[in-house]
Design a protein around this ligand. Structure first.
Ligand code: FES
Length: 574
């Protein structure tokens, strides 16, 4: 049997591998076929019937996503019959979907809306339909509007692939519908992968942009924005820029164009997280405290531990996440310098993640009497707000503000990708333990978007066994290893989303591994251009330790948190 075969698509010959689907061959050769229920992260569904093709010598139409390419096969991707069938299928799908696109944050990227235009589909209004279908609220983080759901099942499968398995099909009358699990031992961790895999915007973050809009003009309040490491290499996609474009200066300019005077870079908060986490790691080693130490920057992972594995709480680092530390610094260190009462400061975080909406509600993350961060907008929500205000990131002139709170080390920037927290902490731990810069700064062993990485890193006379996982399913595999050998790892980074924050639930869609790789590569590239490559080399971090964190009370209040076992929280559906 030949390893490679040939097929003809629209009369042109292409080489294909045995086992490849017709759709895969077409995609590889840039031949466009409409798809709705197909996502490269998920096993083939074959339910939407929009990827129809004709095969010469066979009767009828075939779904290309689950039809294997065969040697000599002759495929047509366009014909009158195909268009007519797609039109009918789209009308059926659209009858399942709410047609009120005006306020839908997703309408910019709505796949079926694009297809409806392409195939001239008459969109029928089902006035009463929306009333009958509930909106499920998942904590303070996300909502599932079932009137938009077309039951394609991508969310159910991605939730399973993630390792949470909270979404399920329930029988309702004759049909099955997607709904959250009512089982007591299952809860949503707010990773938001359902959002980035839903083709029709049925899932979204709990919308806050209207509140933020109100705050911007509020009298007597100082509204400040802070943006997460990964936003700089992803938000450009929302404005038609190439994937992986770095837009830090444009982002600052766009936020200022909204009327915000003070903008901060959460990468500086990441540098502070690194310093504290490296210290805690060394102390845990020396004081015989529980190892491995787990990172806690990802609130979805923290929720997973608190709900599913509370026995692991002592292993979570007590260091707060970068956005929470940065918000705390703004309301203490910066507020003092600016002589502003912290009660009058509103901190808005621009985050790649809907779980961050949950993280800021945790009272353990407050700084003194105040919430560290008041509002969260995801990358998509900020883009929506900018578009509403007619601010175009693609054309805006970059701002070149040079505030020290906008100047992170390279280690702070790479936090946005899986392995970045680990690499940053190891660079700083090396400096703390040897008083020298790490000779090999690029720790390739912990980089990359693949789900499970492990390495042994030598620092002074110690060899650290480290693990980096993304996706809870991979975290579970690592935990299984630890059951067998409790000393298998000393330090473990866990990010719930595929590829880390660059693949977060609040990031632009579509997303796939190719896109994740480009967003990630852009951050590592930025790191190499920085003079300060390690958090300890950042002048503003040194200054804050000298002037502000010389008081241990300040350091603890801004930088450290606590955790507790959680029960399932039920939020009533609307
Ligand atoms: Fe093939 Fe949906 S993409 S059936």
């Amino acid at each position: 049997m030949p390893k490679n075969i040939s097929i003809f698509i629209n009369n042109k010959k292409y080489s294909a591998e045995i086992g490849q689907s017709v759709l895969d061959v077409a995609k590889k050769n840039n031949i466009y076929i409409t798809t709705l229920c197909h996502h490269p992260d998920i096993k083939v569904q074959g339910s939407c019937r929009l990827c129809l093709v004709e095969i010469k010598g066979r009767k009828g139409l075939f779904t290309s996503c689950n039809t294997q390419a065969e040697n000599g096969m002759r495929i047509s991707t366009e014909s009158k019959n195909i268009s007519r069938a797609k039109q009918t299928n789209l009308e059926l799908i659209f009858s399942e979907h709410c047609e009120e696109c005006g306020d839908c944050i997703y309408s910019q990227d709505c796949t079926i809306l694009d297809f409806a235009k392409k195939y001239d589909v008459k969109i029928t209004k089902y006035e009463d339909r929306k009333k009958a279908y509930p909106v499920h609220k998942f904590g303070p983080a996300l909502e599932f509007d079932t009137s938009k759901c077309i039951d394609c099942g991508l969310c159910v499968d991605v939730c399973k692939k993630e390792g949470v398995d909270f979404l399920e099909y329930k029988k309702k009358g004759k049909f099955y519908e997607v709904c959250p699990s009512s089982k007591k031992d299952k809860d949503c961790i707010y990773c938001g992968q359902c959002l980035t895999h839903c083709p029709v915007g049925a899932f979204e973050g709990v919308g806050e942009f209207e509140d933020v809009d109100k705050y911007i003009d509020a009298k007597g309040k100082t509204v400040v924005f802070q943006f997460a490491p990964s936003i700089r290499s992803s938000i450009g996609e929302e404005f038609g820029m190439p994937v992986g474009s770095v837009v830090t200066g444009k982002l600052i300019a766009a936020i200022k164009a909204l009327g915000i005077e003070h903008v901060f870079d959460v990468c500086v908060g990441a540098d502070m997280t690194t310093m504290e986490e490296a210290t805690e790691l060394i102390e845990r080693f020396e004081d015989d405290r529980p190892l491995p130490m787990f990172t806690s920057c990802c609130p979805a992972w923290v929720k997973y531990v608190e709900f599913y594995r509370p026995d692991l709480i002592p292993s979570l680092t007590t260091v707060k996440s970068p956005q929470v530390i940065m918000g705390g610094l703004i309301k203490t260190y910066w507020a003092q310098k600016m002589n502003i009462n912290p009660k009058d400061i509103i901190v808005v975080g621009i985050m790649p993640c809907v779980a961050k909406k949950y993280e800021i509600e945790r009272s353990q993350n407050n700084v003194g009497k105040f919430k560290s961060v008041d509002q969260i907008l995801t990358t998509r929500e900020l883009a929506h707000l900018l578009r509403k205000k007619k601010i175009d990131l693609a054309t805006i002139k970059p701002d070149s503000a040079k505030s020290p709170l906008l100047k992170p080390s390279g280690a702070g920037v790479i936090y946005g990708s899986s392995g970045g927290v680990m690499e940053s902490a190891l660079r700083a731990a090396y400096k703390k333990m040897t008083n020298k810069r790490m000779p090999k700064l690029n720790l390739k062993e912990v980089r990359g978007i693949h789900g499970f990485k492990k390495a042994e890193i030598k620092i002074a006379d110690k060899t650290l066994k480290v693990g980096v996982v993304n996706g809870i399913a991979n975290a579970k595999k690592l935990l299984e290893e630890l059951e067998k050998d409790p000393q298998a790892y000393d330090y473990v980074e866990v990010m719930a989303c595929f590829g880390g924050c660059i693949g977060g639930g609040g990031q632009p869609v579509p997303v796939n591994d190719e896109i994740r790789k480009k967003r990630s590569a852009a951050l590592y590239n930025l790191d190499t251009k920085k003079v300060a490559r390690s958090a300890d080399e950042n002048p503003i971090i040194k200054k804050m330790y000298k002037d502000f964190f010389n008081d241990d009370k300040n350091r603890h209040s801004v930088c450290h948190t606590s955790y507790r076992k959680k029960k399932k929280e039920v939020f009533p559906s609307k």
